[in-house]
Design a protein around this ligand. Structure first.
Ligand code: MGD
Ligand code: MGD
Ligand code: MO
Length: 760
């Protein structure tokens, strides 16, 4: 029977560390919401916003990209969605007094939590190097300075246009139009740090870098695999879906180095009867603690066992376990894949994955027994040097039994930001196709650059070398989100122009360029009033559903603008001779949507179709067994070189339950038993014993002589041997900028070889 928490009873107590025995969800989640409301909204909380979340006529929750059930109007409760919303709808403000009393140097010493907790931005700001303070500036002057700064560049490619994944389709589309009209395809994007391995990997294997399943498919799956993601914290609404599958007896197979409560047990805060009953729904039917970075050999092991079972079945006059009709009709590459997998040696697969052969065989058995299988995965798969190969081996496993294009089967990458997928769909890409550019040019009368631009790693490298001189950031906290703060912070400080379009002040704003401007924008929850009346926006979830989002709250200040309005104002100030009617587009977002439809045929009749409650689904070829690859086939792809074995411990950076990426809501990580602190290094008991480290010892985590995360508290945790984990972003200094997946550029945030030694 699975053990439910770290076994630390024999150890001396460590402050803020105690096993968490409850299920995911449950009363703890309800208390979490109450705390978020009290901390952020105060006693006179206006909680109406929470009730409009994910309603057909409300706003899309900015918390994650998990889809909404299509045909319910009941309130979908989610603790972390509530945190995201209260964080945005808080009455706290950073106003001119705040910036008059705190210099940039003072604020540098504030924690990331304290910086954002100070409240919402209220007006445009400009950094004054003479006083080291931000001071208010009017919108017109801000725009004039941005226009002048961009026009002072000797080439458009010296500007980087970063996009974080909360921007709506409308904002993102205008943003790429502006950057391309200006003359560059430099689009570093948060997706580059996240699911780029999916975009690149799946595009080559099934022809489309997106998931193939819908939410309804989960009702028909005979088995679900959850590899490298932590839904209890990062996609809490997914737990209802998993619980429903578990209740009807579908096995849920987990592969994760850490025992995550949200994959083990769940009590739905949605159901009063469940809340009052003892116990909880058990989720994982089997939990395999793969070692950090061990997924590629694990999936190869599952395939090896499948091929062996297939051969045995054929020998016994069975029909075999491989879907040969599907393979013949729909795929290429079968023989090469089978040869590569069969050539693997079990001892190496066991060592690489940290799992026994029997464990991998049991996974293969569940996989082969189920008619329809969904495999879900997250950052535990993508954020590795072999992220693209990891993704492709998962696709291989599914293809071998034809698990695409029928109900209850398919691949399910769990996207991060609520519109990260949509932003890419509507043009935020450094490598645009010719068709799209031609249609963009025809519609808007511009000549887009054809030269491909920078992704996030390229952009930071260009900023560090001095090649890039300007950065415009539509949301996010790029300097903190990227690896290698040593290099990234310096790169930011070298810029001539930095513009941050944000709801909240963050550390990236504390790295001033020669000219630094902060533009405060409306958030998802707020009413967006333009010349043509109230506007709404659209987003695309993880399952390619496009739907509307309508904010209704009074904006945090009268001096905020919407993201589309800000982008249009920057464009007008930078490109006074532009043929584009920027004001017209912003007056009525239907016109932006008509533009999207003109450039992307899949958005035909966009304005009509998105007005249907629940929206519509974009074309996902692989869901219909249509493979938009050059040869029209799905590709079984070999992995090539295996991840290099490293005798050192492998560190993964992870999110706590109280954080949203670089936004730190609080210092607890409830499901992992951590309260009030983040200086934790999660370790395996055997590793600690071997290294002579006791529970609660202060240690330094050493990736290289100049890459040390000092003064962490090592704790015994239920994590795979050879693996350690620490929180992001604190641990980002351990990772150099060039440690990334060669094919997709995704930073290897979850394969950082380290040594642990007593704190200096
Ligand atoms: N509340 C909240 N919600 C969020 C976010 C947030 O920060 N807070 N972030 C959003 C974003 S942008 C994203 S991308 C998603 C992220 O959602 P997830 O993909 O769940 O992200 P992580 O917390 O980074 O890592 C998830 C899991 O990967 C496991 N893991 C680490 N290394 C490995 C490995 O080598 N192999 C395997 N199999 N597993 C491994 C960890 O133990 C952890 O359970 O969530 C989104 N939703
Ligand atoms: N070590 C390590 N590093 C990682 C990761 C990891 O797992 N480990 N994960 C990576 C991943 S998956 C991602 S996606 C990136 C995230 O990278 P980013 O997307 O750049 O970072 P966020 O922390 O999500 O951005 C937070 C800021 O967004 C602003 N914001 C919030 N809402 C809005 C809005 O509606 N509009 C605008 N304009 N601004 C808004 C707020 O001002 C806030 O300060 O980090 C990556 N970095
Ligand atoms: Mo992400």
């Amino acid at each position: 029977m699975a053990q439910d928490g770290p076994k630390i009873d024999d150890d001396a107590p460590v402050p803020g560390v105690a096993p968490y025995d409850g299920p995911a969800g449950g009363w703890g989640a309800l208390r979490g919401v109450a705390v978020a409301i009290k901390d952020q909204m105060g006693a006179s909380a206006d909680t109406r916003a929470l009730l409009q979340m994910n309603q057909p006529d409300g706003f899309d929750c900015p918390g994650c990209a998990w889809p909404d059930p299509r045909h319910t109007s009941s309130f979908e409760f989610c603790e972390n969605g509530a945190k995201a919303v209260t964080w945005e709808a808080t009455p706290k403000r950073v106003d001119p007094d705040f910036f008059a009393s705190h210099s940039v140097s003072d604020l540098w010493d504030w924690s990331d939590h304290r910086l954002e907790d100070a409240g919402r931005l209220t007006q445009p700001l400009r950094y004054d190097p003479a006083t080291d303070h931000y001071t208010p500036i009017g919108w017109d002057e801000a725009m004039a300075r941005i226009g002048a700064g961009l026009n002072a560049l000797d080439h458009a490619d010296r500007a980087e246009f970063y996009c974080s994944g909360r921007a709506s389709n409308e904002a993102a589309f205008l943003y790429q139009l502006f950057a391309r009209a200006f003359g560059t395809n430099n689009f570093p994007d948060c997706s580059n740090m996240c699911h780029e391995a999916t975009s690149v990997g799946l595009a080559k294997s099934i022809g489309l870098g997106k998931g193939s399943v819908t939410l309804e498919d989960f009702d028909h799956a005979d088995a679900i695999f959850c590899i490298g993601h932590n839904p209890g914290t990062n996609h809490p609404r997914m737990l209802s879906t998993l619980a429903a599958a578990a209740k009807r007896g579908a096995p849920i197979i987990v592969a994760n180095p850490m025992r995550e409560r949200g994959l083990e047990r769940f009590k739905s805060p949605q159901h009063p009867t469940e809340m009052l009953a003892p116990g909880a729904t058990r989720l994982a039917s089997a939990y395999h603690q793969v070692r950090v970075g061990g997924d590629l050999p694990m999936v190869q092991g599952i395939m090896k066992a499948l091929f062996a079972a297939d051969a045995a079945d054929l020998a016994a006059d069975g029909a075999g376990l491989i879907d040969r009709t599907f393979i013949a009709e729909h795929t290429v590459g079968y023989e090469a894949l089978r040869a590569e997998v069969e050539a693997q040696d079990w001892a190496a697969l066991e060592q690489g994955s940290g799992l026994t052969r029997a464990a991998m065989e049991s996974m293969a058995q569940v996989y082969a027994k189920a008619r329809n299988v969904i495999i879900c995965y997250g950052m535990g798969i993508t954020q590795h040097r072999h992220g693209t190969q990891n993704v492709q081996q998962i696709a291989n496993l599914l293809l071998l039994r034809g698990n695409f294009g029928r109900p209850g089967a398919g691949i399910c990458p769990l996207r991060g930001h609520s519109n990260v997928q949509g932003d890419r769909t509507v043009g935020i890409t450094e490598a645009p196709g010719e068709d799209m550019l031609a249609r963009l040019d025809a519609r808007f009368g511009i000549t887009s650059p054809r030269k491909h631009g920078h992704n996030a790693v390229d952009a930071l490298a260009a900023m560090a070398s001095g090649e890039a001189r300007a950065l415009i950031a539509l949301g996010g906290n790029l300097a903190v989100a990227m690896p290698d703060p040593q290099a990234c912070f310096a790169a930011f400080r070298k810029l001539d122009l930095a513009v941050h379009i944000l709801t909240k002040f963050n550390r990236s704003c504390l790295l001033p360029a020669r000219e630094t401007i902060i533009l405060p924008c409306l958030g998802r929850t707020e009413l967006d009033m333009q010349a043509g009346g109230p506007q709404w926006v659209t987003v695309e979830d993880s399952m390619s559903m496009v739907h509307a989002s309508r904010g209704r709250l009074k904006p945090a200040s009268d001096d905020l603008k919407s993201e589309p309005a800000i982008v249009a104002a920057m464009a007008k100030a930078t490109l006074p001779a532009s043929p584009i009617d920027w004001d017209g587009l912003v007056a009525d977002y239907d016109r932006i949507r008509d533009g999207i439809a003109a450039v992307y045929p899949d958005f035909h009749d966009f304005n009509q179709r998105v007005r249907v409650p629940g929206g519509f689904r974009l074309t996902v070829g692989p869901s219909q067994r249509h493979w938009p690859t050059p040869d029209g086939k799905a590709h079984l792809l070999t992995a090539g070189d295996a991840p290099a074995q490293d005798d050192r411990l492998m560190l993964a950076t992870i999110r706590s339950h109280d954080q949203y990426n670089t936004t730190i809501y609080g210092l607890n990580d409830r499901y992992r038993g951590i309260t009030g602190r983040r200086d934790i290094l999660f370790m395996n008991a055997a590793d600690m014993d071997r290294l002579g480290i006791a529970h609660g010892d202060r240690v330094d985590v050493v990736a290289a002589p100049d890459r040390i995360l000092a003064g962490q508290t090592a704790i015994r945790h239920d994590i795979a041997a050879g693996s350690v984990a620490a929180y992001y972003p604190e641990a980002n200094g351990l990772l150099p900028l060039d440690a990334h997946d060669r094919q997709s550029g995704t930073p290897a945030y979850k394969t950082i070889p380290v040594d642990i030694r007593p704190a200096a």
